[in-house]
Design a protein around this ligand. Structure first.
Ligand code: TNX
Length: 538
């Protein structure tokens, strides 16, 4: 089963040693129930699943081991142990060679198999006595353990053994993402969200294998990241938000903590500074930036399109250079998002001139530029990325320039769109997006974009109408879970009827995580095979 003989031999020797080390305390084999791995409620749906219909008894005699000396594997194992402890209260040791009572092993293996040929691919073999996760990289192993977390039942089974066990269905999973960029955006500019809120969002997204968090860090209503060379941005520009509440901002240390937390979950943070429009908060802080001919004032409304930088002033580019440099220095990921949307009061020539110049600044600091779809009108090069939110024509232009496209159609992926007329929060300028409509569409070849030009999918959450984490969760969940499947699973594995049952089965996890999701009436939450408390309907 394991292709790499050397690893297999090492592992078998290890198991034999473990067996002899603990024969004195060996427990009788437990009769496992019949299971069906292929029918488990996994999201996103893995590429291939083969069931062998028995179970691995996760219990207090289980231990986790990893390949030694390979970067990141130990941390992935500890992450798994930690999450299993939160779910089951089991304290599962990691790489502990002194164990006396070892019965079952979870082995996280670095494999060079050519079957696992992308960094995020993994194989998961679940047998009665062992679970083996094979991956080329710790990132792949991390994705694999999310699948394993989903397979551990929410309640233990105390009738099978004299002690508590969590039966994990046996079989083999081979998995690999369809798209390399699987993201969600959070608008922390219209309303500010704390580091703790962002971490909670990251945690839930990572469970569904989302690997990009795009932070919309500036807009007309607020500037949310400390720039040491331009302190008034946060002092003045960070002081407000929509609706008149005090805003807030991340210090560079806060931002680094978000980046670190995301990186621990193999998630890339994409910072966005929206320019040359959506810049009122910056212009109030430093009025020389302003190009709309008016005296900028702090703004707490939600209309857009009235602000612009003065794109013909060199000092504006000195400012942009500092901002891009400072943020790039604390951003390990490859991308920098320059916004570029809805610059309605910037003349077209000025807009093109601005985007062309800023692209060079982004590249100077070693990043790949992303911009909302409008940026494709400029003379940008093929390494830059266009994020399609509204205009098919702009998306086409991007493809003609050889650029890659992130697919974020407002009518399908905008998490700030209301579910229906009864939704408490959200806007509806693009559409009402019920849970099925967010899921039933095909990003592959969307709008005629060739598959090879699609970098991935992103679901943006704009925050004009939401001001706290409960409201954020109401709009994001469960829709973003569907977007995770659209970006990870191949079209042949996606099916609404099948998905909606798997989604119903997410209720116990979401509730344990205290996620205030919208209990859409399209989902038969009650049919979930688990019991959970009644959800208050909004
Ligand atoms: C359009 S999408 C915007 C945002 C708003 C959003 C509200 C995009 C690039 N621009 O400024 O927040 O609609 O749905």
């Amino acid at each position: 089963m394991i292709k790499n003989t050397l690893i297999r031999t090492t592992f078998v020797v290890f198991l034999i040693c473990a067996f002899y080390a603990c024969t004195a305390e060996r427990k009788p084999r437990i009769n496992m129930p019949t299971t069906n791995l292929a029918a488990e409620g996994l999201i996103p749906k893995p590429l291939k699943v083969i069931s062998t219909n028995s179970a691995f008894a996760l219990d207090k005699f289980t231990a986790i081991y990893t390949a030694k000396g390979d970067t990141g594997f130990q941390e992935v194992a500890e992450f798994l142990a930690n999450k299993l402890a939160q779910k089951t209260n089991l304290e599962i040791p990691v790489n502990d060679e002194s164990l006396q009572t070892l019965e079952r092993v979870i082995y996280i293996n670095k494999s060079d198999s050519t079957d696992i040929n992308t960094p995020e691919a993994y194989q998961l073999y679940i047998n009665q006595d062992s679970i083996i996760i094979n991956a080329n990289t710790a990132e792949g192993a991390f994705r694999g353990i999310q699948t394993l977390r989903q397979l551990v039942p929410h309640t233990s089974n105390d009738t099978l053994a004299p002690h508590t066990i969590w039966p994990v269905p046996t079989g083999k999973i081979t998995d690999n993402p369809a798209f390399e960029y699987r993201g969600s955006m959070l608008d922390v500019a219209r309303h500010f969200f704390s580091v703790e809120d962002v971490k909670k969002y990251i945690d839930i997204l990572a469970y569904y294998k989302i690997n990009v968090l795009h932070l919309h860090l500036s807009d007309d209503q607020g500037w949310r990241i400390e720039i040491k060379s331009w302190p008034k941005l946060t002092e003045i520009g960070g002081s407000t938000e929509v609706g008149g509440e005090a805003g807030g901002f991340y210090t560079q240390e806060d931002y680094k903590e978000i980046v670190r937390y995301a990186a621990e979950r193999y998630m890339t943070v994409v910072p966005e500074i929206d320019m040359p429009g959506h810049t009122n908060a910056a212009s109030v802080s430093y009025p020389f930036l302003n190009g709309n001919g008016k005296t900028p004032e702090l703004y707490e409304g939600i209309e857009v399109g009235f602000s612009t930088f003065d794109t013909r002033k060199d000092t504006v580019y000195a400012f942009v250079d500092d901002v891009v440099r400072e943020i790039s220095e604390i951003t390990p990921g490859p991308y920098f998002h320059i916004g570029g949307d809805e610059s309605h009061v910037t003349k077209k020539d000025d807009y093109i001139y601005f985007v062309n110049r800023v692209e060079k600044i982004v590249q100077k600091y070693g990043k790949r530029m992303i911009g909302w779809d409008e940026v494709a009108v400029a003379d940008i090069d093929s390494t830059s990325i266009s994020q399609w939110w509204a205009s098919a024509e702009n998306a086409k232009k991007a493809v003609e320039k050889g650029m890659q496209v992130i697919v974020s159609p407002a009518t399908r992926t905008y998490l700030d769109m209301k579910y229906d007329t009864l939704s408490k929060f959200g806007l509806h300028w693009a559409a009402y997006i019920p849970v099925d409509s967010a899921y039933i569409w095909t990003p592959e070849g969307y709008g005629g974009i060739p598959r090879e030009n699609i970098l991935g999918i992103e679901a943006p959450l704009w925050s004009e109408t939401i001001s706290n984490i409960d409201e954020l969760e109401y709009l994001a969940f469960p829709r973003v879970i569907g977007h995770s499947e659209l970006s990870w699973s191949i079209p042949e594995n996606r099916n609404w009827e099948d998905y909606k049952v798997r989604l119903a089965n997410q209720a116990p996890f979401l509730e344990r995580m205290d996620v205030k999701y919208y209990p859409s009436p399209l989902i038969d939450w009650k049919k979930s095979k688990y019991t959970y408390k009644t959800i208050e309907k909004d």
